[in-house]
Design a protein around this ligand. Structure first.
Ligand SMILES: Nc1nc2c(ncn2[C@@H]2O[C@H](COP(=O)(O)OP(=O)(O)OP(=O)(O)O)[C@@H](O)[C@H]2O)c(=O)[nH]1
Length: 350
């Protein structure tokens, strides 16, 4: 194999290794007690003044936990760990001054005068070397068998901790997605798709809550039922799609007329119900008149050939502490029926 092929292979492997490291999302995160406990135990067991959990990034080694040194990262060209990640499991340098790879290293020649290094590999779930758990000393020395086994076992603990963090953050983002999907479903289930207003089921829930509230605080509210007049003739004359536009435009108009705290719903076909909390009959009548005035002054739909005007009939009832849901809805429906009977384009209150 020629050198160019070997270099390409190395570059590919390095990119995959960096991707494996990136998948843990650990770089530049704050110190964490679980990792600090591991470096502390490693230093104690190996009787070493320095212990580090580090990850080998593209051009730096970054310390997740560091005991005995006052740095968070160093460039790769002075890193001893960068050699450790090319070894199968453990990398031991008994005396850095006797090892040609490190005699000129500024951390060996100068502060902090590192003489001994023992690093256990941190291997990703997919098998890539991503960093080390290492202990260092200012004296040349060795580790005994038990210390070496302990260092390897602790490196395993670092990886277990990393996997736990990753699973936890995956779980958290899944929960977030699930909550967003649930909220979307809930909104869909309570919305009328044509008008974007609340549907009948969602409105009934709001009304039920309002009636409970009225029983507690003795206030009053108003219920308005609105029905388009002769809507069938709009459909017949201009087509069903135009009728749909009228429904959408009417929903817009309702947003202009009613307060944000009022609950507007499409009750069915061309019938709408609005709940006006904390509202007197006179105030509800004013809102109904505003709506009828707007419909009188502006077309509900403008087609190329003509402007379409529409009128509505309205029933208004007052809700008090003694009102029940079904009776309230029946009552306001009857008032609307009276408005229709009185010739349409009018409001009947009770
Ligand atoms: N375009 C459209 N039309 C609808 C929709 N839902 C109901 N309609 C129509 O609404 C019309 C209701 O007709 P009617 O019950 O006779 O009421 P109206 O013509 O408004 O007459 P009055 O209520 O008596 O004034 C029918 O033509 C329905 O097809 C809808 O979602 N889109």
């Amino acid at each position: 194999m020629n050198n160019a092929v070997l270099e390409d292979d190395y570059a590919d492997h390095e990119e995959l290794r960096l991707a494996a490291l990136a998948a843990y999302d650990i770089l530049d995160t704050p110190p964490e007690a679980a990792f600090d406990a591991i470096t502390e135990i490693a230093a104690l067991i190996c009787d070493a003044p320095i212990a580090v959990i580090n990850f080998i990034d593209r051009d730096r080694q970054w310390f997740k936990s560091v005991l005995g040194l006052d740095v968070r990262q160093t460039p790769l060209n002075i890193s001893i760990c960068v050699h450790a990640i090319t070894q199968p499991d453990l990398f031991i340098v008994p005396d850095t001054r006797l090892d040609a790879r490190f005699t000129d290293n500024p951390l060996v020649r100068g502060e902090p005068y590192l003489r001994f290094y023992a690093g256990a590999l941190l291997r990703s779930e997919t098998g890539y070397p991503i960093g080390t758990l290492c202990v260092l000393d200012y004296q040349p020395r060795e580790l005994n068998e038990k210390q070496l086994s302990a260092l390897t076992a602790l490196a395993g603990q670092v990886m277990t901790q990393l996997e736990l963090l990753r699973a936890h953050s995956k779980q958290a983002s899944l929960i977030q997605e699930l909550q967003a999907a649930q909220a979307e479903l809930l909104a869909l289930a309570s919305t009328d798709s044509l008008s974007g207003l609340l549907n009948r089921r969602a409105f009934e829930e709001c009304l039920e809550n309002e009636l409970l509230r009225l029983k507690r605080n003795e206030q009053s509210a108003a219920l308005i039922m609105i029905d388009f007049d002769h809507f069938k003739s709009i459909n017949d004359q201009f087509g069903h799609a135009a009728g749909d536009c009228v429904i959408r435009n009417f929903a817009e108009l309702c947003h202009q007329v009613f307060r944000q705290t009022d609950v507007i719903s499409r009750w069915g076909g061309e019938e709408f119900v609005v709940l006006l909390p904390n509202t007197s009959q006179a105030q509800a009548l004013e809102a109904a008149e505003r709506l009828q005035q707007l419909l009188k002054n502006q077309p509900i739909l403008e087609l190329k050939q003509q402007a379409i005007f529409m009128t509505v009939s309205i029933g208004i009832s007052t809700l008090t502490a003694s009102c029940e849901l079904e009776a309230s809805l029946r009552g306001v429906d009857q008032l609307l029926y009276l408005a229709k009977a009185q010739g349409r384009n009018c409001t009947v209150c009770a």
